[in-house]
Design a protein around this ligand. Sequence first.
Ligand SMILES: Cc1cc2nc3c(=O)[nH]c(=O)nc-3n(C[C@H](O)[C@H](O)[C@H](O)COP(=O)(O)O)c2cc1C
Length: 198
Amino acid sequence: MNIGIIIGSHRKTSQSAKVGRFLSTLLETEFGAQTWIRDLGTTPLPLWDEDIWNDGPQWQQLKALSAQLTESDGVIIVAPEWHGMAPAAIKNFFLCVGMPELAHKPALACAVSAGEGGAYVIAELRMSSYKNNRVCWLPEHLIARSVKDICNDDATQNDTDLQAEFVARARHASTLLLAYAAALKPIREDTTIDHSGL
Ligand SMILES: Cc1cc2nc3c(=O)[nH]c(=O)nc-3n(C[C@H](O)[C@H](O)[C@H](O)COP(=O)(O)O)c2cc1C
């Protein structure tokens, strides 16, 4: 299985990227999945404009990401809670990609908070990001709360209980993501479905 991980923080060195790397390692080492990461903090997309429809020069870079997404079997969206919202980078991502990249693919939402937040991001992603691209949000999600105390490369920096709780949730969510990825593949390949959308 090929899983793309999109990091939705604008920060060049973000906690969201740290969590994304942790999930990537988990999926590769424990589940044998292939993963790739696009960090919108270090490699941002242009802010959407009409030139995207005319193949404008600033949009050439989108082709590589589009191809990676199209080949993927599922995605993980890791996004911090900023001012009780999902940051603009991840909303912009959903403006820039569509059905060819995401339709009928499972997506695992993972919110990130330095404190006890994160729920607004999950609600926002579930509510408003699927309409035109037909991505399928998993019924499970992750929230990396107290994020500075979990998923650290140096395990001695982790809070043991919080880390164990997050890892258990991440394993469960990863199992589901890969099961949904396999289950939805026949739908993506079903020629009786009008995949252009109506
Ligand atoms: C502009 C801004 C707004 C933030 N607003 C919230 C918030 O509403 N709720 C919350 O739990 N954390 C908030 N935080 C703190 C983040 O949880 C924290 O930065 C955390 O490290 C995740 O962000 P990162 O992935 O960009 O590092 C905010 C951080 C920034 C930079």
